[in-house]
Ligand binder design. Structure first.
Ligand code: GLU
Length: 316
């Protein structure tokens, strides 16, 4: 069985969130995910991650599909849509409840900020201080009867986890100590990203998850869930993000780097692909090229470990 798995072609995914327009930074990650899988004749899945309902922008899903096609990237099946798969995430949450791996948490963001002992500078916010951790899954019934709003929080394990990231190298983390218990079911009844992504990556047979390194810490949360649900985790490859000249993650303040805008301006996709490939150490110069032209020489080994600075005027 192990030998069989080792020789079967890899399966990867492109997983846009239609919470806004896709930009140059997303394009770089998608290009790398596509190259990594296609260079080994693997299969690619397109999955629309549209369950973060308040932040979803109408039409952004189709726009993301158009952006990917414009770049020259393709996938092998009809796109999967997370909002159509809610029953699967509910089933997984139910299993976690049965196994007492989750508890109902009534804390609000400000409760957590107030109770957290150490000031926390990271973008993830303070570590959960464990206020509701003494509850059991069964306490949810009484809370619901009392009309209390609650999320489902996963009880992280106190153990060092290690994995070798295909880009970022050796990683280790104790989720309970370093990250804390995390939400898997939101107050509004919808699944949290951490749960949906694990259920889907496992159900779709994904063997390699290539994504931005802002999600590196989340891999450890996801490894906790793989274990708790008895699922096999994929390999991870976390690539450095694209930043603006000020070193902050590419965003509106750096100008308009939306792919839809470049498209409307008549920028040739080959120009952007060439620029991105060059930024990944895959071309000597930023010349125009199509994704498949890079396949023969593709390797993640050239990829710089630092974020890439995108300068709008200088670049396109
Ligand atoms: N949908 C997420 C994003 O667009 C990616 C999540 C993942 O790759 O696990 O940032």
């Amino acid at each position: 069985m192990a030998a069989e798995l080792a020789t079967s072609p890899p399966v990867g995914r492109l997983a846009p969130s239609p919470t806004g327009a896709q930009h140059v930074g997303n394009a770089r990650t998608y290009l790398l995910a596509w190259l990594s899988i296609r260079s080994r004749s693997g299969r690619l899945i397109l999955r629309m991650e549209d369950i973060d309902s308040p932040r979803i922008k109408q039409g952004a899903d189709q726009q993301a599909i158009d952006d990917l096609a414009w770049l020259g990237l393709d996938w092998d099946e009809e796109p999967y849509v997370q909002s159509q798969r809610l029953a699967l995430y509910d089933d997984a949450l139910e299993r976690l409840k049965q196994a007492q791996r989750v508890y109902p948490c009534t804390c609000t963001r400000s409760d957590i900020a107030a109770a957290a002992s150490a000031p926390h500078a990271g973008q993830e916010g303070p570590k959960y201080p464990g206020t509701c951790a003494s509850r059991s899954a069964g306490d949810a019934d009484d809370l619901a009867k009392a009309g209390a709003a609650f999320a489902w929080r996963f009880r992280a394990t106190d153990q060092v986890r290690e994995f070798r990231d295909l880009v970022a190298g050796e990683q280790r983390c104790n989720v309970a100590r370093d990250l804390g218990d995390f939400v898997v079911g939101k107050t509004d009844g919808t699944p949290a990203y951490q749960l949906a992504v694990v259920v889907d990556d496992a159900a779709m047979g994904i063997t390699e998850v290539l994504r931005g390194d802002d999600l590196l810490a989340s891999s450890f949360r996801q490894l906790e869930l793989y274990e708790a649900l008895g699922l096999k985790p994929p390999a991870f490859a976390h690539v450095p993000l694209v930043v603006g000249p000020d070193g902050r993650r590419l965003a509106k303040r750096h100008g308009d780097s939306r792919l839809s805008t470049l498209r409307e301006q008549g920028v040739a996709p080959e120009r952007l692909v060439g620029l991105l490939a060059w930024s990944c150490g895959l071309l000597d110069q930023p010349r125009s090229c199509r994704p498949e032209e890079i396949l023969p020489s593709f390797t993640l080994a050239c990829l710089p470990r630092q974020p890439w600075v995108y300068q709008e005027e200088a670049s396109m």
